[in-house]
Design a protein around this ligand. Structure first.
Ligand code: SF4
Ligand code: SF4
Length: 355
């Protein structure tokens, strides 16, 4: 495929299947303390025929797919979509809170998505204070059940990853989680990410820019990222950096892929992140190529390029085909704006910290 053909169709498709979730994790920008969905009266779920049409449109160009939620395993049509995507020889991964893994272990192995990212935020008490009572045990049982289902079918899929979000509530327990509480040998990947957030000033600036450049009146999704860096003042940055490096070494020694956000695990880099000194971070971007390759479809059908830009749709798949939107004037306008400089809210995006 040449460059023109590559750019004519997104090579990375993220589909938010639904907004609903069965948990209320405290730090979640959808359902947590400041979450954007808490006040919604009608939760959206992407119509299965619309999702199937979107997948069929792009499948010939073999993009990488990701699902998103809410909790993707609550979406009734997920099995049809997994089957079509995997039959089309495309990779598919998605995050899950892990509470439904035991129930769906056999079906997951049967349909074989490439990778699941299961969320755990610490040892039992720490995890459950952030994610809800009993969640840790459900997840551990689910991981074990899925591992056994894979072995019984002699299947490699879905590969398993554990993802952990560092917050003021769990920063002291990251190493303990991976050393004492889970068997990392059964995992393909581990990811540790610092809690996403933006300052009130950044979101106000972003809102002003969207109003002036794109005639967008409100930015409720961006607003949900707002946190005062004072909330992170108690974090032991040096201790956290040391723990994350220790988990990285453990993963390296077991052949498990390790990802972190940010990538550079030095004390100053982590301190600069949690004190909103992004311009001093080692890992930072002034440019980003993601809006040239990625389309994200929300459960309401809105299309954007990035997870952080849900307030900035370039079209809606209930009204137009995805490729028509992708080749349209609104995407060109957004790309043109981003060619100059990124939006202030980009520092709340995990891809901002990846080369
Ligand atoms: S499981 Fe995920 S979507 Fe649901 S509340 Fe927790 S972080 Fe948010
Ligand atoms: S850094 Fe900005 S442009 Fe790049 S993926 Fe993230 S939100 Fe999109």
């Amino acid at each position: 495929m040449n460059l023109a053909e590559t750019l004519a169709s997104p090579s990375w498709i993220v589909i938010q299947l639904l907004e609903q979730c069965n948990l209320r994790c405290r730090m979640c920008y959808e359902w947590g303390e400041t979450g954007a969905y808490r006040e919604l009266h009608n939760l959206a779920m992407l119509d299965l025929p619309v999702a199937q049409r979107v997948v069929a449109e792009v499948l010939p160009s073999k993009p990488v797919f990701e699902f998103f939620g809410g909790e993707p395993l609550l979406y009734p049509g997920i099995w049809d979509l997994i089957q079509v995507i995997r039959s089309g020889c495309c990779d598919l991964s998605f995050p899950t809170n892990g509470t439904l893994l035991a129930e769906y272990a056999d079906r997951l192995v049967e349909t074989g998505p490439t990778q699941l990212w299961v969320s755990l935020d610490g040892p039992r008490d720490v995890n459950d204070s952030q994610r809800g009572s009993g969640v840790f045990e459900d997840v551990i049982n689910g991981l074990d059940r899925l591992h056994r289902a894979r072995s019984a079918r002699n299947s490699d899929f879905p590969r398993l990853g554990v993802t952990c979000v560092v917050t003021p509530a769990n920063f002291a327990n990251i190493e303990e989680l991976f050393v004492n509480c889970i068997d990392v040998s059964m995992l393909a990947s581990v990811s540790i990410e610092l809690q996403s957030y933006a300052t009130a000033d950044q979101v106000q600036q972003y809102a002003r820019e969207l109003r002036a450049d794109f005639d967008i009146a409100a930015t409720p999704c961006a607003q949900a990222y707002v946190r005062d860096p004072v909330e992170f003042a108690a974090i032991d940055f040096a201790g956290l950096a040391r723990q994350m490096r220790s988990v990285r070494s453990l993963c390296d020694s077991r052949g498990v892929r390790f990802y972190s956000q940010p990538r550079t695990l030095e004390t100053a880099n982590i301190q600069n992140y949690f004190t909103a000194n992004w311009e001093r971070m080692t890992d930072r971007r002034s440019r980003c190529g993601v809006p040239w390759i990625s389309a994200e479809i929300s459960a309401r059908g809105d299309v954007t390029t990035c997870h952080t830009f849900y307030d900035l749709p370039i079209g809606n798949v209930y009204e137009q085909g995805l490729l028509e939107i992708w080749r349209g004037a609104k995407l060109k306008r957004l790309q043109s704006r981003l060619r100059g400089k990124l939006f202030p809210i980009c520092t709340a995006c995990c891809r901002y910290y990846i080369d």
